[in-house]
Ligand binder design. Structure first.
Ligand code: GMT
Length: 371
């Protein structure tokens, strides 16, 4: 598994997939520049190999792809790795293809699966400075997957590809007993017993439309006593903090920064906000739904494949704060309605149970090693 180790959807998907495969007895090697945040090494089938890029004064930019492809070659030979699965096309598919070619020179075959996650296609990969290399490395992958139908369509629209794209949606581990789990965090730490808890989790980039999270909350709290949990770090966090001050709601908003206690926060949440400008899937929304949390989201990209209108929550056009606020109030205004949405959100999340999704990846790995 090659992935980004930081907080962010693609790294989380790669990590959870690797951990689940390891449970089933597969040997999984993570190769990246830092230990992925959700990766526990307390598993006999999990290995982590760090990619180091030595500093050299001549380099204005450190050649990470070079170090990654070298590391891949070394680890494949040392551990007799059968399949390479790269998450996020840039630069992983490119480095993976170089490793594949180097190994081929020595008579070693390394099939490569590339999973497209979203911004590697819609925002970054599509940039003219990267497009040729991204197109090349996707076309050279043995198998390509995307996390939603919407991302598949975007990829075909934006790139000149000759490859079939297999849609394998993101997944979640469904825990029917989540409510019974012992909690180290008390609800009273987050909000008063008469207050609803509204949550947003992301990497606070512009694409997440963070000001709309604050604006929707501002409208909701005028009608329904509530608190907003803002979880994550990124460039738009300061913008959100300033907006909260301007709107006079700072005392009702908690900024957590990056947190490993997401489950604890979701467990007590009544509503999740995801007003993104674009989102290939919206893993954060699915994670919320798996904790019985209904979702108010935009209808962009792949979000409608996850959040079902009127069932797990509501969807609005990007930027339609008024509609999102109205829908949020509809869900939160009575305990009865809220309970009904909570139950349905969990039912929708069940469709993405890892037990249903894992065999799709295993099938692809089997096809890859039999090429
Ligand atoms: O946007 C993020 O939160 C991070 C980014 C990533 O690659 O780490 O997320 C993308 O991949 C996730 C996992 O497949 C998807 O759930 C997100 O929707 C997608 N983000 C965007 O498309 C903006």
């Amino acid at each position: 598994m090659v992935c980004y180790p930081t907080f962010g959807g693609s790294g989380v998907v790669a990590t959870e997939l690797g951990l689940e495969l390891a449970k089933k007895g597969h040997e999984i090697h993570f190769i990246t520049y830092k230990q992925p945040v959700r990766l526990s090494l307390l598993n006999p089938n999990i290995y982590f190999h760090e990619v180091n890029v030595p500093n050299y004064p001549l380099f204005h930019y450190q050649p990470y792809e070079l170090a990654l492809s070298s590391k891949l070659v070394d680890m494949v030979k040392l551990y007799k790795i059968d399949v390479l699965h790269v998450h996020y096309a840039i630069p992983h598919a490119y480095a993976g293809y170089m490793a594949k070619q180097m190994l081929a020179e020595e008579g070693i075959s390394l099939p490569m699966i590339t999973t497209l996650h979203g911004t590697d296609i819609t925002l970054v990969g599509n940039h003219p400075f990267y497009k040729s290399a991204v197109t090349f490395s996707i076309n050279k992958s043995d198998f390509v997957t995307s996390v939603s139908e919407s991302l598949k369509e975007d990829t075909y629209r934006l790139f000149d590809l000759n490859k079939e794209i297999h849609v394998i949606p993101n997944f979640i581990e469904i825990n029917e007993n989540a409510d019974l789990e012992k909690s180290i965090c008390q609800r009273s730490v987050l909000a008063g017993s008469n207050e609803r808890i509204i949550t947003h989790i992301s990497n606070f980039r512009k694409v997440k439309n963070i000001p709309d999270v604050v604006k929707v909350f501002y409208n909701v709290q005028k009608e329904i006593p509530s608190k907003l949990m803002m979880v994550g770090e990124g460039p738009e966090k300061a913008v959100a903090e300033k907006l909260c001050e301007e709107l006079g709601i700072s005392d009702k908003v908690i900024f957590f920064g990056n947190s490993n206690d997401i489950n604890q926060i979701l467990k007590y949440s009544d509503l999740f906000l995801l007003p993104s400008k674009t989102e290939s899937f919206g893993l954060a929304a699915l994670e919320a739904m798996a904790f019985n949390v209904p979702v108010i989201s935009s209808n962009s990209g792949g979000i409608p494949e996850v959040n079902e209108e009127g069932i797990s929550g509501f969807l609005s056009d990007v930027g339609d704060v008024e509609n999102m606020s109205k829908n949020a109030i509809t869900i939160l205004k009575s305990d009865e309605t809220l309970e009904q949405f909570k139950t349905s959100a969990f039912e929708v999340a069940k469709k993405f149970d890892i037990k249903n999704i894992l065999p799709l990846y295993e099938d692809l790995y089997n096809q890859a090693i039999n090429l």
